[in-house]
Design a protein around this ligand. Structure first.
Ligand SMILES: [Zn+2]
Length: 83
């Protein structure tokens, strides 16, 4: 089972479909079990689609940074929010 940190490390490769089959399977398993990372992937995919329609670029660094920040905050809120 991957951790969220490991997942995020592989996120770009996953979105670019550059991961090998085994890693891809593990990443997909993680998405199925982790709503936080699922949201990140879903948002990235939508963002990529939008940007692909306009310019031939992958995820803009700025968008990626914002997503990471949002995820970090969410995870922190979860940690402090739960007893
Ligand atoms: Zn996760």
């Amino acid at each position: 089972m991957l951790t969220c940190k490991e997942f995020l490390t592989e996120l770009n490769a996953f979105l670019d479909e550059e991961t090998d089959a085994l890693l891809r399977m593990q990443l997909e398993k993680h998405i199925n079990e982790c709503p936080n990372c699922w949201v990140v992937v879903d948002t990235c995919k939508k963002t990529m689609k939008v940007f692909k329609g306009m310019e031939p670029q992958p995820i803009p660094r700025e968008v990626e940074g914002r997503l990471m920040e949002a995820l970090r905050r969410k995870m922190e809120a979860r940690r402090t929010g739960e007893s």
